[in-house]
Design a protein around this ligand. Structure first.
Ligand SMILES: Cc1cc2nc3c(=O)[nH]c(=O)nc-3n(C[C@H](O)[C@H](O)[C@H](O)COP(=O)(O)OP(=O)(O)OC[C@H]3O[C@@H](n4cnc5c(N)ncnc54)[C@H](O)[C@@H]3O)c2cc1C
Ligand code: SF4
Length: 897
């Protein structure tokens, strides 16, 4: 496929496996007046250049300038009294609700709360209710097929319709995709064109008429046939991937619209107000009770989707790594918690004042820190260049700036302004993700995009969930202890102090943690919402230990950071500043101590001296111009895909197969946690969208159980998907059309748990360079991934336990999707160069002044979320670097040699 240097985004989705179902649409009434003038068959030109990293791209899923005016104000109770809305007048923003079709939450109108939303969020959400611009991507012929296809996928037959056709068209015109694609699929725009043509061909071949001209039943049969074709090829593409493409785009569009939120009782954007009534059956005064809480699926006798089919019952019974119990342990736990939660914060501020450098007013970042930032010339030989400003890169930048090093951190994405750049909206947060092209393959390919890495200052931590568990001591020696995986070149004890420091700086809130190395947390546990209550109830019934936390979310004021307001949009960037991200936990202090963070700078290569012995600096692109920053040391922190890719793209005479790749280890042993999510349906209203998704977790199943047929284990956590992700969940069961809508109307009754399974490091799970080039002319990353038998057993076991927990809590029905989370590895640390790329101090074996300081250094992944461990490794490495722990380093200018 020709796509070298094509400037655009590509698409894909988040959850994988059985992709989600559908949506459908038809144009909303009143849109006809804006129909574009295009000849039939005309294919609009694709943009030659991908839009530069814009903060927010205009389009139905994105920002419009400022908040759109609200035309009609519903009553104070949030209910819209009177007839359902009408088609919008051109140029006007309508606030309409198809209430007559909403027997579940009668009269509920989320738009009644629009006046309480922040301006950035209002601008994005209300633009979807405005008259949509004419189509820019679909040709007239494609539109004739897409329009009824979307109707079927979403069973959207009545006016006013959510303008899904226009929303999908705008996304494709902007190439606002997730960047990755399956190796056996074309890019999203081409896949859409080919699949619509295929549907039309099928219609003509079977019925002698175009798809758009067929009766509804015949259209439905053709659509169903694509779904039922499964993994077999259909018009040259795997049908399952086509189905995933269709359902991903249409469900995202539909369930990002306020009318759809009304239908499912979702509270919508919740900033700055947040929620106060958390817990099962509790509602804010303006939320409307479900009028028909009986499960509509079982009530109607409709066949329910797959549940735990095929899952081996190897989970709940038997072994659990029992946390220490007894009076003495409880007393120690209480004393430890009291000591930490009441400790003065002065000592934290002395080593990292970030929380105190944030504004005290209603702004989220002090821009004067950026304006007054120290700036270096490219010709200045700085002590350290850091590539990437995420979990690892920002921590290293702050630590080394504190040590007095001159540091420049080059970040490919923008310097976020949370006030204006972030919105409390799923579809509107697309710009937070790394969406440069990537290709995925293998027997169990890993979808990337939203669920993997981020971009911009803060990296993936801007939209990470905020779970902050430590790894267990057993994680550091799985080869010796369990006969699988790898041993780390350091032990848990080497990281304990770093863990403690970072837990104070983030800070982490949670109950005393009884697993692994038992320890208290500096902030008390948060109150839990409905999802957390369900987990605690089910776990208690089965005798499984479950605890509240650990989350990097303030519980109480910390410096100038306020308390969490339980609004549930942690994965869209916390506009409150309650959830930690390195943008607010380490960057302010780094700037205040002389670091330069140069945003919108894409590093394209690392240069060595003439002998190929030492790194001399990095090549990077800024505003379309290639530049070179000189440095005495270089640290790569671009994430587990981009870091190996950059090293492989930096091949030179001494390292013809890629920098530091003399043992063919760069890019190998990339890992991802198996992350199945299981949802249970409850008679009570759970309203899982209230409170942060990370609430409660269990590490009872973390370590190897000798009684089980697999090695290592998994952790369990609440996950609480918002509507778009929940639609993916339901669609992954194969539901579409009316079936999907029926499940979705039940949204407030579902609770969801997620597992993190420790899948094993395998050498062939690797990042290599594809033939395809990106917009900079660089080969893109190709990530191939396949599971082993141990991995599959572990995932099945975790699924079984989650289903048992939800049923024990009272679920009448459970459904599971398989997915992945958290890529790590690819430049693993080891005791020697024959088995890894870096040493325990994160310095590459091959080039003494080149470090790798991100998640790619992990030799195994445990079943804990990785960010805290990445930061702890960097904290330790920074101290060792400052102390000149190994010979061969080019010492910082001015330091004693
Ligand atoms: C939806 C989601 C939820 C998550 N939830 C959790 C959680 O609850 N707990 C947890 O511990 N972890 C979580 N994670 C994972 C966690 O965020 C990552 O493991 C962690 O941030 C990785 O750190 P890193 O330093 O390796 O990379 P990142 O934090 O991703 O930082 C890499 C940075 O490098 C930049 N970059 C890349 N290439 C270049 C280049 N060539 N030039 C310049 N800059 C470049 C990127 O723009 C990015 O800013 C979550 C991740 C996601 C996506
Ligand atoms: S931490 Fe999450 S729930 Fe709390 S205020 Fe921030 S986004 Fe909302």
């Amino acid at each position: 496929m020709a796509r070298a240097a094509r400037a655009r985004r590509r698409g894909g989705g988040r959850g994988r496996v059985r992709q989600r179902a559908d949506g459908q649409d038809r144009p909303a009434g009143g849109l006809g007046g804006h129909r574009r003038q295009r000849p039939a068959g005309h294919v609009p030109a694709r943009p030659r250049h991908r839009p530069e990293a814009r903060r927010l791209v205009d389009g139905p899923l994105q920002h419009r300038a400022g908040a759109a005016p609200v035309r009609a104000a519903p009553g104070d109770d949030g209910r819209r009294h009177g007839p359902a809305g009408r088609p919008a007048a051109p140029g006007a923003v309508t606030v309409t609700t198809p209430g007559r079709h909403n027997p579940r939450f009668t009269g509920y109108d989320v738009l009644a709360r629009a006046g309480t939303w922040d301006a950035a969020t209002s601008g994005v959400v209300l633009s979807r209710t405005a008259v949509q611009p004419g189509l820019r991507f679909f040709t007239l012929a494609e539109e004739a097929t897409a329009r009824p296809l979307f109707d079927h996928l979403l069973a959207q037959w009545d006016e006013p319709r959510v303008p899904v056709l226009q929303m999908v068209d705008a996304r494709l015109a902007e190439m606002q995709t997730d960047g990755w694609r399956f190796a056996d699929m074309p890019e999203d725009d081409e896949a859409w064109r080919r699949s619509l043509a295929g549907l039309d061909d099928d219609a003509r071949a079977l019925h002698g008429a175009p798809f758009g001209g067929l009766a509804r039943e015949r259209q439905a049969a053709l659509v169903r046939a694509v779904r039922d074709t499964g993994s077999a090829r259909w018009h040259g593409m795997p049908a399952g991937h086509v189905w995933g493409l269709w359902t991903r785009y249409t469900a995202t569009a539909f369930y990002s619209h306020p009318w759809a939120w009304n239908e499912i009782g979702f509270g919508g954007p919740a900033y700055p107000r947040g929620y106060v009534r958390l817990g099962l059956g509790l509602r804010e005064p303006w939320e409307v009770a479900d009028q028909h809480p009986v499960d509509p699926v079982t009530d109607s006798g409709q066949a329910v989707g797959s549940r735990s089919a095929g899952a081996e019952r190897v989970g709940t019974a038997g072994h659990r790594a029992a946390p220490p119990r007894g009076l003495a342990a409880a007393a120690r736990a209480a004393a430890g918690t009291l000591r930490l939660t009441t400790a003065p914060t002065g000592r934290i501020r002395d080593r990292n004042a970030s929380a105190w450098l944030l504004p005290r007013d209603d702004r989220r970042f002090d821009r004067s820190l950026i304006d007054g930032m120290r700036r270096h010339e490219d010709d200045d030989e700085v002590d350290l260049v850091v590539i990437g400003c995420g979990a690892g890169g920002a921590t290293l930048t702050q630590r080394m700036a504190r040590h007095g090093w001159s540091v420049v951190c080059l970040e490919a994405g923008p310097f976020w302004n949370p006030d204006t750049d972030w919105v409390s909206d799923e579809a509107g947060s697309h710009h937070l993700y790394w969406t440069e092209p990537r290709v995925v393959s293998g027997t169990d390919p890993v979808p990337l995009g939203a669920n993997n890495s981020g971009r911009g200052v803060g990296g993936s931590t801007t939209h990470f969930a905020g779970y902050a568990p430590r790894f267990h001591p057993s994680d550091f020696a799985t080869l010796s202890g369990d006969g699988v995986g790898a041993d780390w070149p350091l032990r848990y004890a080497d990281l304990r102090a770093s863990y403690e420091r970072l837990e104070q700086e983030l800070p982490v809130a949670g109950q005393y943690w009884p697993w692994g190395d038992p320890h208290p947390y500096p902030h008390a546990p948060h109150p839990v919402g409905g999802n957390g209550e369900v987990f605690l109830r089910g776990a208690a019934a089965l005798g499984i230990g479950a605890r509240v936390g650990p989350v990097a979310i303030t519980n109480g004021r910390f410096g100038n950071r306020p308390h969490c307001v339980y609004r549930g949009f942690c994965l869209q960037g916390c506009k409150v500043n309650a959830k930690a991200s390195t943008l607010i936990t380490h960057v302010p202090d780094a700037l205040a101590h002389g670091a330069e963070i140069r945003a919108d700078c894409m590093v394209t290569g690392i240069e060595l001296d003439a002998q190929g012995r030492l790194a001399t600096g990095v090549r990077y692109l800024r505003e379309g111009r290639e530049r070179f920053q000189r440095a005495r040391a270089v640290a790569v922190a671009g994430y587990s895909v981009e870091t190996p890719r950059l090293l492989l793209n930096s091949a030179c005479r001494r390292f013809p197969e890629g920098l530091c790749n003399d043992f063919d280890l760069v890019g190998r042993y990339v890992m991802v946690q198996g992350a199945p999510q299981t949802s249970g349906r409850f008679a009570e209203e759970v309203r899982a969208y209230k409170a942060p998704p990370p609430e409660v977790s269990s590490e009872d199943f973390y370590e190897t159980d000798p009684a089980k047929p697999y090695k290592r284990g998994f952790s369990l956590q609440t996950v609480s998907p918002l509507p778009v992700v929940w639609a993916e969940h339901v669609a992954a069961q194969g539901h579409w059309g009316e079936d999907l809508r029926t499940y979705m109307r039940d949204y407030v009754h579902w609770a969801t748990l997620g597992a993190l399974c420790e899948l094993l490091p395998l050498p062939d799970n690797r990042v290599t360079l594809s033939q395809e080039k990106d917009r900079y002319g660089l080969p893109v990353a190709h990530f191939s991934y396949s599971q082993c038998d141990n991995d599959r057993m572990l995932i099945r076991a975790a699924q079984t336990v989650m289903e048992d927990v939800l049923r024990a809590a009272g679920a009448t029905e459970v459904i599971t999707i398989n997915r992945y989370a958290h890529l790590v590895g690819g430049c693993r640390m080891a005791a020697g160069p024959g088995s890894g790329v870096v040493d325990a101090d994160l310095r590459t074996f091959a080039v003494p002044n080149l470090l790798v300081t991100d998640g790619s250094v992990l030799p195994t992944q445990g079943s804990a979320n990785p960010a805290l461990t990445i930061m702890a490794l960097v904290d330790r490495a920074a101290a060792r670097l400052a102390a000149g722990a190994r010979s061969g380093l080019r010492a910082p200018a001015g330091a004693p040699r």
